[in-house]
Ligand binder design. Sequence first.
Ligand SMILES: [Zn+2]
Length: 427
Amino acid sequence: MSSTSKEIEKFIGMFPPVTFANGDCHMIGSFGNVGIVETDEGLVVFDITTRQFRKRLFRAFRAITNKQIKYLVFSHGHFDHCFGFSPFLEEIKEKNWELPQIIAHEKLVDRFKRYKELDEYQNWINSMQFASIFKKEKRFTSTREILEPTIIIKGNENYTFTFGNLKFEIYHDMGETDDSIWMFVPEKSVLFTGDLIISSFPNVGNPYKVQRYPKHWAVAMEKMMEKNAEYLVPGHGPLIEGKERIKDVLSITAEVMHFVHDEVVERLNEGKWFEQIYHEMLEIYPEKFKKHYILRPVYGSYQYAIHAVYRLYHGWYNTGNPTDLFPAKSTEIAKEFLKINSERQYLERAMKLYEEGKLQLALHILDVIIKGSNSENSDNLINVYKLKLKILKKKARQETSFISFNIFNNGANEIKDILENLSKRKV
Ligand SMILES: [Zn+2]
């Protein structure tokens, strides 16, 4: 993987469990983080990781405490937060314990229904998004087995309960998802944020996924800031400690979400189309965001966030050019271009652009040949694919965002297969 693999290891919880708040709270890094609050009456657990990490989590969990889980809170319905429960269910059966209360937002129930309906599709898109870490396993994000919530939070309601002499406050705010809830435990001064904090740039505008909510995200950050917490258990990445540090993390995240939202909205009001908005936004991205450690594009990125805001308010006709309303097939268009200039000439031009470091433009030119070629001239086509492979590998290496890395890397792997087939055909 690229130079960011250390960052990704942290993102997926490859660090030892930590105990804090006088020994009463724990955090286990386990793809999505798992938060544990110990009381005399049992445990309140915040998230329960992905199915793949269930055994690893169970071992780490039971090395810390033997107490029963009385409440399990789902921060949101993503596969890395609520599917590692099976060893805990087996234990409950074995020991004849009561099932815990499962707390979630009502939108999570809708989400689980949707996941069942779209099970194959979810697996397909997730196999691309997570290709570099779940290479072999098929159906790794299947959501067929679920734990149904027993305490369902409705709309914008808060939910507060007292357990083991501690108060637990749960709030709903949209951000990465529409079903997200976060928890504050005042006596321990701990915030459990779920994926509203992922120790890097918010995963807003994920290219594979449904709409996300930058403005709501900012509001969530501001509500969390009011709690003045000493500890913050993020959805991903290490524990964040210290009131000042936490305030800084929350306020800069709020600020960047307001920024990207308000600047895109301003440009929409000026009657600009996506391309113009996007490139203007890249130019005005402030240094203080670029430099802030909590906004590093480890998973998502600022570019994705621009898409998120645009998509929130705009339909699919996003160029303002009537040519694009009912476009011809891109392969047909490419064939026409190849009638004007030969494949050879396109390849020469792409090579020139590559040498000049204009990788993106080179890709566009190579795609004319790839899409328009009748494949008879396989020597030329092999060279075309080889150059595209070189460019995609280079782009993957330069990428810090996990999702972008996988997109480039998956493309490179597909071309390797194509090249193998092409050279077989030659023999
Ligand atoms: Zn997550």
